[in-house]
Write a protein that binds this ligand. Structure first.
Ligand code: NCD
Length: 304
């Protein structure tokens, strides 16, 4: 039995097969409409989410399966003090596969170690968000044409943003990638990431001003300042609007640069940017659902 805790749980070859499958599902949805008939996905979300939970639910429903679950800790037995380990043993009796989001880093991993069914980490604290990374990689592969040989700027909250941490760890396995980290001093990417890049000899730069590096980028990954992980409101208010991508700034970018964002967006991308052909964040949402469909099939060992 296989779980997905980090994007590194799949080799680059396995990821390519997963993305091929997701592309096939996208092109021939009818072929997969009953692939999960009679199967149940449990979504155990101990932290708020719209996109990820609904994306999993849509994915399973489009495969013909059904979904059970809870969308916040208060409405689960966690409120009575039940441990994640006990919850997953119970869920294992009800469902065939589980997607779990938790504010504590490592909680889905603890669940996986006690689980009788595959567990997918749907985001654990500021740590990892592997299915968002699958969506990101698939978007890059489809719209940029290949995974490798590009300069990517990651901008915003690089300290607390788990999608950023997950994406960097997945990208270091591809050739010719250069990272430019764009953040205020307080929200710099964690040391363990820059040390890992230095160790592997992967080029990176850390800058504060987005405008200065914009013309060099093949893609720009914007992120929201992670309000819920701040210790005080004042710091959040001071930093939340540090970066706002608008059409004036976008004019400095290459004509084929991709703008990515895991969403939800707050103010960091002006809505006027949505109409620019370089804006890829709503396509990312679509790829996210197809790749979750492919993931469910793969972890359940279902071949169509
Ligand atoms: C992200 C998350 O939950 O980490 N959202 C998502 O799942 N697409 C990003 C965020 O909340 O900023």
């Amino acid at each position: 039995m296989r779980h997905l805790m980090s994007p590194m749980d799949f080799t680059p070859e396995e990821l390519d097969r997963l993305f091929d499958l997701a592309e096939n599902i996208k092109d021939f949805p009818a072929k997969y409409a009953h692939a999960c008939d009679g199967r149940i996905l449990a979504t155990c979300f101990y932290e708020p989410s719209t996109r990820t939970r609904l994306s999993f639910e849509a994915a399973m429903t489009r495969l013909g399966g059904r979904v059970i679950g809870f969308s916040d800790a208060a409405s689960s037995s966690a409120a009575k003090g039940e441990s994640v380990s006990d919850t997953i043993r119970v869920i294992s009796a009800y469902a065939d596969i589980c997607a779990m989001r938790h504010p504590k880093e490592g909680a889905p991993m603890v669940a996986a170690s006690r689980s009788g069914i595959p567990v997918i980490n749907a985001g654990d604290g500021g740590h990892q968000h592997p299915t968002q990374t699958l969506a990101d990689l698939m978007t890059i592969r489809s719209l940029h044409g290949k995974l490798g040989n590009f300069t990517i700027g990651l901008c915003g909250d690089l300290k607390f943003g788990r999608t950023v941490h997950s994406l960097i760890s997945a990208l270091v396995r591809y050739e010719g990638i250069r990272f430019i980290f764009i953040s205020p001093e307080e929200l710099r990417v964690p040391d363990y990431i820059t040390s890992m890049l230095t160790e592997k000899g992967i080029p990176y730069e850390e800058v504060i001003r987005l405008e200065n590096v914009m013309p060099q980028l093949d893609m720009l990954y914007m992120t929201r300042v992670q309000k819920e992980r701040f210790f005080n409101e004042e710091d959040y208010v001071r930093l939340k609007d540090f970066y706002i991508l608008d059409t004036t700034k976008l004019a400095l970018a290459r004509p084929d640069m991709l703008v990515l964002h895991p969403l939800p967006r707050v103010n960091e991308i002006s809505v006027e940017v949505d109409d620019d052909p370089r804006a890829a964040y709503f396509k990312q949402v679509e790829y996210g659902m197809y790749v979750r469909m492919a993931l469910i099939l793969t972890l359940l060992g279902i071949e169509v």
